[in-house]
Design a protein around this ligand. Structure first.
Ligand SMILES: *Cc1c(COP(=O)(O)O)cnc(C)c1O
Length: 303
């Protein structure tokens, strides 16, 4: 049995079975907070900088005080190291949680870090900030190896929504995840492994927990964040590595037919890394000659 890890933002390693949320924590009652999911491999969390940058962007979108990146980086190192020590260096799934705190004493009512000179301490309330590390779900190994069957699902809104309605928080990784979980259950009911959301124009957006990349020769293509998707850290790391190695990368509009016609289409994320789409709306995708080329690129991207 894996031994889970719980670490506060202050670096305290706690018993993971001791409860740390109050009943009125806004994460629990409103999903009012942001999070990150990081892969721990060989005792080290991967692409930490990209995750901390996105945590800061997400926090800003929710008007939360800027996260303390130094404290987080240190807590993340501690969590990854303690996880590896206690679990034979197994891969781990780290979740970084930043909630607005208790409804009775949310972070903004107490003190924010840029208002520290008020002399108030954060001890009587404020944000709830901790991370956990647990095993990578067995599903990750399966989809890395065998790929995924996907179906498309309408998201019901236009690619214009992100700009027109910033309160929808489309570019933030918020704790409000119930609709994403519902979409995954819908996929399962249909005999698929995952969904790809389409805009009301029928344009490819993203999956509930991963980013779409189409591969054509040595050309990589992914949808723009402006279309109302969450910018993926894994996609960002892959594109940076690919450019270093002389691949072409492009951010542009993809339609379902573009995925079907590509040499290969992949769902990428921090935890599952790269899962090739093997079936798309029931259509059997052709196999690329060397799928391992892309998977190897992904491994180098997080090294
Ligand atoms: C977390 C998430 C992703 C994947 O992001 P990575 O940083 O690559 O792990 C993609 N889409 C959504 C909606 C997500 O919540």
């Amino acid at each position: 049995m894996a031994e889970s890890i719980l670490v506060t933002i202050d670096g305290a390693v706690l018993d993971p079975d001791v409860p740390i949320l109050h009943g009125d924590d806004l994460a629990a009652v409103r999903g009012d907070g942001v999070f990150e999911t990081l892969l721990v491999r060989d005792g080290r969390a991967r692409i930490v900088d990209l995750h901390l940058q996105r945590l800061a962007r997400s926090a800003k979108a929710l008007d939360l005080p800027a996260p303390d990146e130094e404290k987080w980086a240190s807590a993340i190192d501690t969590g990854a190291r303690v996880w590896a020590e206690k679990n034979d260096n197994a891969e781990g799934l780290m979740r970084v949680v930043y909630s607005r705190g208790r409804e009775s004493a949310p972070v903004d009512a107490v003190v924010s870090r840029d208002r520290d000179d008020t002399g108030l301490t954060r001890d009587i309330g404020g944000a709830t900030e901790y991370l956990t590390v647990g095993p990578v779900p067995a599903r990750a190994a399966v989809v890395r190896e065998n790929g995924v069957k996907v179906i498309t699902a309408s998201r019901g809104y236009s690619i214009d929504l992100a700009a027109a309605a910033p309160w929808q928080l489309l570019g933030a990784k918020t704790l409000s995840y119930a609709t994403n979980m519902a979409a995954l259950r819908y996929a399962q009911d249909q005999g698929a492994d995952d969904v790809i959301y389409l805009s009301s124009e029928g344009i490819v957006l993203e999956s509930p927990r991963s980013t779409v990349i189409a591969v054509e020769g040595k050309n990589l293509m992914t949808p723009p964040a402006e279309s109302g998707i969450l910018g993926g850290t894994m996609q960002q790391a892959i594109f940076a590595q690919a450019e270093k190695e002389g691949w072409q990368t492009e951010i542009g509009t993809l339609r379902p037919a573009d995925l079907v016609c590509a040499d290969a289409a992949w769902l990428v994320s921090s935890i599952t890394l790269a899962a090739r789409i093997t079936e798309f709306n029931g259509y059997q995708m052709s196999s690329p000659e060397h799928p391992e080329e892309f998977s190897a690129l992904v491994d180098r991207a997080i090294d």
